[in-house]
Design a protein around this ligand. Structure first.
Ligand code: DGL
Length: 259
């Protein structure tokens, strides 16, 4: 049993969608969330740059006493999780696009995946896609600009609606029945996507699976917190506290931290 916090980081505020799943599944765990918004988006950076940023974030969480680190970013996971697991002792949980359930369940034999360039071009993603989706028509779409708009607090804007309409068009033409959200910022787009997509298209993401995996790994390492007292929920950003506040303000007041 361990009261040490669960550390979670993302290139910005998007990973709070994963934090919410983890908090719902493990409500008494103390957590520390880092939003590296100053360096967002990671999706257009090189693998070496992404590894460097992940090391910086992980070391800060380790320094703050975290017992496990959740890399709440598909781009960071697909480019840097191997490096992190090789170089640190504590367990790391990653997130990857949920291409497997979409490929296994599609009836139209066409699925869409919206993710960053960094995720779609990573060897880890291409390995998973090659393993499960070779016989399926996979429409890949880089979500250029989406992370930037969310980080600027422009989630529900005309600019966002225009981008999404544009990105969904080839997928609708290909008659997808599953849309995989391969970036942790994107679950916040679901209300907008529901206005664009027909009800026949199911939207899936990996948030709940990550929370389940976090719980399983903590259990395996005997690191679950068995206390049932109010947890300490801390959120730090090196960008705008206002944007982070809009997403997690119901739980805690985010603080600015230079990192
Ligand atoms: N939330 C990150 C992800 O899951 C955003 C990527 C980015 O910073 O470009 O991929």
């Amino acid at each position: 049993m361990s009261v040490q916090p669960i550390g979670i980081f993302d290139s910005g505020v998007g990973g709070t969608s994963i934090w919410k799943e983890i908090h719902a599944m493990l409500p008494y765990e103390n957590t520390i969330y880092l939003a590296d918004s100053v360096n967002a988006p990671y999706g257009l950076k090189s693998k070496e740059q992404i590894i460097e940023l992940c090391v910086k974030n992980s070391e800060l969480l380790i320094q703050k006493g975290c017992k496990i680190v959740v890399v709440a970013c598909n781009t960071a996971t697909t480019n840097a999780i191997d490096f992190l697991r090789k170089n640190y002792k504590l367990p790391f949980i990653g997130i990857e696009p949920a291409i497997k359930p979409a490929a296994l369940n599609t009836k139209t034999n066409a699925i869409g995946i919206l993710a960053t360039k960094g995720t779609l071009s990573s060897s880890l993603f291409n390995q998973t896609s090659g393993q499960f989706a070779t016989d399926v028509n996979v429409i890949e779409q880089h979500g250029d600009g989406i992370v930037e708009l969310i980080e600027s607090g422009l989630l529900e804007s005309d600019a966002m609606r225009d981008l999404l309409n544009r990105y969904m068009e080839p997928m609708l033409n290909a008659q997808i029945d599953y849309l995989v959200l391969g970036c942790t910022h994107y679950p916040y787009l679901i209300p907008l996507l529901l206005d664009i997509l027909p009800p026949s298209v199911k939207i899936i993401d990996s948030g709940e699976a990550v929370a389940r995996q976090t719980k399983a790994v903590l259990q395996q390492h005997n690191l679950l917190n068995n206390k049932t007292s109010n947890p300490k929920l801390e959120f730090f950003t090196n960008g705008s506290t206002r944007v982070l506040q809009a997403l997690v303000g119901d739980f805690s007041d985010p603080k600015y931290l230079s990192f």
